[in-house]
Design a protein around this ligand. Structure first.
Ligand code: HEM
Length: 327
């Protein structure tokens, strides 16, 4: 899943497939995984600005951060060098070409200096935010479907009855209402980014019994909100039908369901993400029947999440694809 999401994101954003960049699938996945795990750690220096750095050095967190930073920096440098050494074809400029042209003609942003570091920071944002999240959502969707054969059958029947032959294309997706509910339900129970980007309060206010002061760091836990029994009936149950006849959407207007965040910092890749996830899931479900490996029962699927910035499935999901032949 990671490989597929990485290919789509890199080709869309950087105009390049990672296959030609000297990293094989596993190295590439490891690099992203290391970065999101290390970035998801709470650092002692965040909590204790003057002395925390000593703790971070002793625990090895600082060294792991440095290593991840250098790995990613090398990769982005390679992407930038390739772009600098070629002439972009008219009408085929990608995000890297665009960022490099801003660097060159600083005037577009007036006083704001757009440096090489800024370009790399934007690339890192897109890269880390785009690759992992889609793969994680797909993995959890498949895990939940494997645990819930009723839902698996219902969504496969929908896809196969709507589609008369061949693969699911982007234009077919709007017909697949139940598939959309399955993706929403996956995002409710397993939001890829469990804590939104940190916010800082602008003024002093009281929330329940807590006094919040200006500039205080605020973390919004969308994972917990998605499982809150005050808003969701039987919140732990995977039940996509809860979204039928409901106006609740993921676009940041319904605060009980914020898998892509809300407000100015809402995920800018939301529509791309939904297209990638829905299309990939629809095709996986259309082309194969999915069975559990020998002797395994639905209840044996381990649903534990790993620590980090994103909610990885801790143990790999093992399913057996059996090619589906239309009757
Ligand atoms: C299922 C897939 C995805 C999920 C669940 C997801 C979720 C999120 C969330 C929750 C945030 C933080 C929003 C906030 O704090 O309000 C975010 C930020 C972001 N996402 Fe996504 N995302 C996904 C896919 C993508 C894709 C495909 C891209 C681009 C290729 C992308 C690019 C970004 C960027 C650049 C940010 C940072 C925005 C900022 O700094 O203001 N995301 N995403």
């Amino acid at each position: 899943m990671s490989t597929l999401m990485a290919s789509v994101t890199l080709r869309t954003a950087f105009g390049k497939s990672f296959r030609g960049c000297g990293l094989d699938n596993d190295m590439f996945e490891d690099m992203i995984h290391r970065a999101t795990v290390v970035l998801g750690n709470f650092t002692a220096s965040d909590l204790f600005p003057y002395v925390g750095w000593i703790v971070d050095r002793l625990t090895g967190l600082h060294a792991r951060l440095e290593r991840s930073f250098h790995e990613l920096d090398d990769f982005f440098q390679r992407v930038i060098d390739e772009h600098l050494n070629r002439t972009p074809q008219e009408g085929k400029r990608d995000i890297v070409d665009f960022l490099l042209s801003i660097e060159k003609g600083q005037s577009e942003f007036g006083e704001v200096q757009c440096t090489r570091d800024c370009t790399k920071a934007v690339l890192m944002d897109i890269f880390l935010a785009g690759v992992d999240t889609g793969a994680i959502t797909l993995t959890w969707a498949m895990a939940e479907l494997a645990r819930n054969p009723r839902v698996m059958k219902k969504v496969q029947d929908e896809i196969r009855s709507c589609l008369k032959k061949g693969k699911v294309a982007e234009d077919d997706i709007h017909q697949l209402q139940y598939l959309r509910m399955v993706v929403k339900e996956t995002l409710r129970l397993h939001p890829a980014v469990p804590l939104l980007l940190p916010r800082a309060s602008m003024s002093q206010f009281k929330l329940d019994n807590y006094e919040v002061y200006p500039k205080q760091l605020i973390q919004v836990n969308v994972w917990a909100i998605g499982r809150d029994p005050n808003y969701w009936r039987n919140p732990e149950e995977f039940f996509p039908e809860r979204f039928s006849d409901s106006s609740i959407d993921y676009k940041g207007q319904h605060f009980e369901f914020l898998p892509f965040g809300a407000g100015r910092r809402r995920c800018p890749g939301m529509y791309m993400a939904m297209s990638m996830v829905e299309l990939t899931l629809a095709n996986l479900l259309n082309c194969f029947a999915w069975e559990l490996p020998n002797g395994m029962k639905e209840t044996d699927i381990d649903m534990e999440e790993a620590d980090g910035l994103t909610t990885y499935k801790k143990s790999a999901l093992k399913l057996v694809p059996v090619t589906y032949k239309r009757p």
